[in-house]
Structure formats: C-alpha cells, structure tokens
Design a protein. Structure first.
Length: 264
C-alpha cells in the first residue's frame, strides 16, 4: 500500500520521531547505498557537484565521463580508470558514521539485506555482514586475457606507483568491479527477481540513475514504506514515501540518537 509522500529539507522533531519509529518497528530493512554514503570519508561521488564525473570531464577528452567505466574504452585506454582507483587506494578511507549506523542496525537484528553500489568496501570495514556488492569490488582483480585472479594487495603497489597492472601473460588486469556493458553478480539478479521480504526500504546517497540497481529499489518502493536520504533531489523522489534532503551522517546521527532514547 502506498503511503503519503513527505518531502523534508532537514528533519524537524516530528519527522525525526516519525522516521525513528518506523525504523524501531522494522525488523526486515532492505537498504540500497550509493556513493553519497562515502563522501564524508573523502571519496568523491559521481554525479554530485565536484563529483568524479566532473573531474573526468575537465581532465580527459572522453566521449562521456561514464566512458571510464566502459569495458571497451578501458581495454583501449585504462589510464583514466586507474587514476581514479589510485586516488581511492591512496586514501585508505575509514567508514563514515552512516556506515557504522547500518552495521549497528544489523547487529540489532533489523536488517534483511544491504545492497551497495559502492566498490570501496567500507560497509565490510564498518562490520556489516549481509552486504551484496552489486557493482563488484576492488578486493580482487582479474587478467582480461588469461583470467588469472589477483588479490587487491597484489595490484595495489603497481597502481600506487603510477602503473597499469599487467599479468605475467601481459594481459591487462581489471579489478572485479562491474563496468557498463558487463553483467552484475548473479546473486544480484536472484534478489532482483525475488526480492527479500522487507518491511522498510532505506535508500541512501544515490541519485538512482543507474540500472538495474535503481530499478530493484524502486520496484520494492512500490509495495514497501521507503525513506530516501540524499543531499540532492533525484528524478524518482515521487516514488518514495519519505524524501529527506540532508547530509547522511547528520541524518544517521539524529535517528541513531532518537532510536537509542526509546529502544524497541
Ligand atoms: P551518484 O554520484 O550518482 O549519486 C550520489 C548522490 O549522493 C548524489 O545525488 C548526491 O546528492 C548524494 N550525496 C553526496 N554526498 C552526500 C552526503 N554527504 N549526504 C547525503 N547525500 C549525499 O552516485 P550513485 O548513485 O552511487 O557505477 O551512482 C551509481 C553508479 O553510477 C555507481 O555505482 C557507478 C556510477 O557510474 C558504475 O561504475 C558501474
């Protein structure tokens, strides 16, 4: 059943209490996170102001900034992609308050599934366990020629030194993240086709621009109470029950405090 749609610029006491109550009562929360959950850790988002795509647009003369994640482009010109990965490796980012909040919700037995579009591994670092990394991970990499698999540690040094990692067979090595034109992990299609039983959907720090991850969440939003927390509006705000446009860490801190005031 659809609920009334609320649009909030920040959170007044009433909104905070209403959202905290929904989260206190929930026991099967499904979450979709995007790049916005990691910006306070220093990792840039993609489409936000000063995001990764704006940097790529200024620095490289590409058909479109998304080309750095296109497999055919990567095979011809891997440098822009590896420059982005280098800045991520060099940073050694730590989980944000929002990552820790989600790990805490799982510990409280409230989470059903956390789907992340992020490749930064910060949910695992924060202690979350039921995580589906639908755009893959930087944890491992593979040679595009012979298929040999590499651990993150084996290519890290080469990337940080400014190189493009290559296999013994001279094939190009690509982290096991999903590029445009590649399939998502099979486990994602399994939950997409048969979504988990959810009593609350939480969408955090995503512009909902990229399929099929956005479609998975929006399908669930059609039948489940949903909360979207994002700094900027998205084209799909009207499909979500509560839209809160504010900083995610601030939101999570407020709700965390509110939930701890009255434990479920
Ligand atoms: P986007 O960059 O498209 O969206 C991130 C959203 O987070 C933006 O709408 C920002 O307003 C919001 N945001 C940023 N910082 C925030 C903060 N501190 N608090 C609240 N909101 C904040 O990133 P995604 O939606 O994750 O895919 O992008 C999806 C996919 O597009 C990525 O996984 C990547 C990219 O192409 C692939 O590489 C395959």
């Amino acid at each position: 059943m659809r609920c009334k749609i609320f649009k909030e610029q920040g959170m007044d006491e009433f909104t905070r209490e209403r959202i905290a109550r929904a989260m206190r009562q929930a026991t099967r929360i499904v979450v979709l996170t995007g790049a916005g959950i990691s910006t306070s850790a220093g990792i840039k988002d993609f489409r936000g102001k000063d995001g990764m795509y704006e940097i790529v647009r200024k620095r490289y003369n590409l058909p479109s900034p998304e080309a750095i994640f296109e497999i055919n482009f990567f095979m011809r010109q891997p440098e822009p992609f590896y420059e982005m990965v280098r800045s991520m490796f060099a940073m050694e980012a730590e989980p944000t308050l929002s990552h820790r909040f989600l790990a805490w919700l799982e510990e409280q037995g409230k989470m059903s599934l956390l789907v992340t579009q992020n490749i930064d591994m910060l949910h695992h670092k924060a202690g979350s366990k039921a995580v589906l990394e639908c755009h893959g991970t930087l944890r491992t990499a593979s040679c595009l020629t012979c298929g040999r698999s590499f651990e993150f540690a084996e290519i890290r040094a080469a990337v940080l030194a400014g190189g493009i990692p290559r296999c013994e067979c001279q094939g190009l090595i690509k982290p096991d993240i999903v590029f445009f034109g590649e399939s998502l992990p099979a486990e994602f299609y399994t939950v997409h086709l048969s979504p988990p039983d959810a009593d609350l959907l939480l969408l955090m720090g995503t512009s909902l621009n990229v399929q099929p991850a956005a479609g998975f969440a929006l399908n669930l939003a059609a039948t489940t109470e949903s909360i979207l927390v994002n700094r900027d509006p998205t084209p799909y705000d009207a499909m979500v029950t509560h839209v809160v446009n504010m900083d995610l860490d601030r939101f999570c801190q407020d709700i965390w405090e509110e939930m701890e005031k009255t434990p479920s």
